[in-house]
Write a protein of this length. Structure first.
Length: 100
């Protein structure tokens, strides 16, 4: 089965070696879930299900379709940003009241 090709990841790729934001040190925390956001070795997009090397960026027509189909996601993201800014202001007002 061609789908099994995707399961040949090295165990090293599955480890979560995040840099600590404060000092750049490696974390000892490892994610128990496999790393699955890599492209498959065969995307089955070519002739007769063969691999086709896709461009790094979609063409303009494809890009516009992606944007059109993600309008709701983008609106939710913008609303979340606005909500977050309101929360930050509210928190800073609360902090100021604590100081007084």
């Amino acid at each position: 089965d061609d789908d099994d090709d995707d399961d040949d990841d090295d165990d090293d790729e599955n480890e979560n070696d995040n840099d600590n934001e404060n000092d750049g040190a490696k974390s000892d925390i490892h994610c128990p879930f496999p790393h699955r956001n890599a492209s498959p070795s065969n995307n089955h997009c070519g002739e007769h299900g063969s691999h086709w090397d896709l461009p790094h960026r979609p063409d303009e027509e494809t890009w516009k379709l992606i944007e059109e189909h993600n309008q709701l996601d983008m609106a939710v993201y913008e609303a979340a940003l606005e909500h977050f800014e309101v929360q930050k202001k509210a928190m800073s007002m609360t902090d100021m009241e604590d100081i007084e």
